[in-house]
Design a protein around this ligand. Sequence first.
Ligand SMILES: [Mn+2]
Length: 247
Amino acid sequence: MKYYFLSDAHLGLRTVTDPSVHQQRFISWLDTAAADATAIFLLGDIFDFWFEFPRAVQSEYRAALEAIARTVKSGVEVHFFCGNHDQWTFGYLESHCGVTLHRKEFVTTLCGKTFFLHHGHGLGDTPAATRMLNALFESSASRWLFRHIVPPRAAWNFGYRWSEKNRLRHSEDDSAFRGENQEPQVLFAKSYSAAHPGTDYIVMGHRHIELNLMLASGTQLVLLGEFFSLFTYAVFDGNALYLETFQ
Ligand SMILES: [Mn+2]
């Protein structure tokens, strides 16, 4: 009985050398995990930019979408968490791929252990500019405008550029662990686990660093790294939760 956790593949990322090789690597991981997984948790930002139109989805993701659908058909539960890059989904992933979609945190029990799962964005103190942008993207009026007025390819190109700029702006100061008291996700995990005793594991992505930290509360916090240069993920085998690198 194994559970797999992966986040931040950022498929479609324009800075990788070959996006189709990148996507194929994600599919290989999925196939490998599916061989002995009870469930697979895709913890957000699997796509570098995902925006669903009523009659169009991004064709560049077809292979990955088919692989996810195949995994579900084989009997493995796939949970898809919306990250800050792929929250604009409106039913396609559930209806065509068969995933269970989570827009917020999901608290679940696996082999008798309590897990708090979340992509990891918007916790603690988010910069005001990011909050404003998220609010704009999340408002139903702007979603409607985007979906009905803007041509799909133009919208997607805008999205990839937005994502790239975002990354270039944050990559330097974001690359190294800033210490427990400077990391919003660690601060969040500390206060959450204090308020929710009995939480065994908190697993998140978003930060693009690997972290495996035992908190004073007894909760184990795992940050998943990413799957475009580190190729890290986590496994829970019923006894322990540990980080792995996909070869
Ligand atoms: Mn993210």
